[in-house]
Design a protein around this ligand. Sequence first.
Ligand code: NDP
Length: 319
Amino acid sequence: MKKIFDCIIIGSGPAGYTAAIYIARADLNHILYTGPIPGGQLIKTNEIENYPGFPKGVKGYLLMENFKKQAEKFGTKIYFNNVIDINFKLNNIHEILLDNNKKIQTKTIIIATGAYPKYLNIDNEKALIGHGISTCATCDGFFFKKKDVAVIGGGDKALEEAIFLSKLCNRIYIIIRKSKMRASKIMQKKIYNINNIKLLFNFEIKKIIGKKKLEYLICKKNYSNEEKKINVKAMFLAIGNSPNTNIFKNKISLDKNGYILTKKNSTKTNIPGVFAAGDVKDKIYRQAITSAGTGCMAAIEVEKYLSSLDLDLDLDLEE
Ligand code: NDP
């Protein structure tokens, strides 16, 4: 007979690994599938300064390595597969299809697939990815040592990228579409103290120029016709994220931006036995710590759900 797991966790960011730690300690039969980026978005984050327990800050990849080690210590089996399809609810059993064509059956699923970086969606952008256009300064900044570069966005990620680049590159333009930044005040203060960072408020990128590699950007000032040519060798996009929910479309309730909808104060989705945690369901807080928190909630809700299934089974036997 085919093995039926208690729980399958999809995703390996703070939500997925935290869920795994709790599920493992509850002695439930489970597997975690990492998805295409083991460790999730945090492995692309250089320094995390606001994760409690690390007064000196911690490198994103190190934090995720520790999450992984902790889950493995309690018995989580981790596989580097992608889940490519799901058949929800076959008599309370869900079926997952992996990229190696294997089918896995499970009583519960925790979806913790996170989010992926947004692009501007303008001409030439996709063509120049890897040739001057990047969504990760920690990964690609090194290639633009002593050059002028631009960071797009005014959130914490943009400022963090700019701070990282300020130690490597010559001049960093931060291009912000509004008259103020969305980033936390502490990050904003840091930026104003760095000499080689220049802020351009109210500017949006209109054109990306370059054949084989980025040559320059044309920006337009909002509410005016002013255009500016910015000579940079690289453009780092930090304009937010979209949830990784493509495989769940038309299968589970999503909001208009594609985030998984969950019940109030819960990680329960509209499908019994299926729970969502982390950035895939959170468009408000989007912090490593809140993701870890909802991962923990999902694991506790899985335990409760499985106990209620056991109870149903006992009642059936009594009839
Ligand atoms: P945010 O959504 O917070 O910020 C996105 C930024 O990009 C905003 O300034 C937004 O402008 C701008 N933007 C969005 N779309 C466009 C566009 N099409 N063109 C130009 N600009 C655009 O995303 P982040 O990735 O910065 O942060 C995500 C979460 O992660 C946040 O909660 C943040 O606090 C957290 N974080 C924390 C860090 C830390 O503590 N060290 C580090 C990194 C992230 P507008 O304001 O006009 O919408």
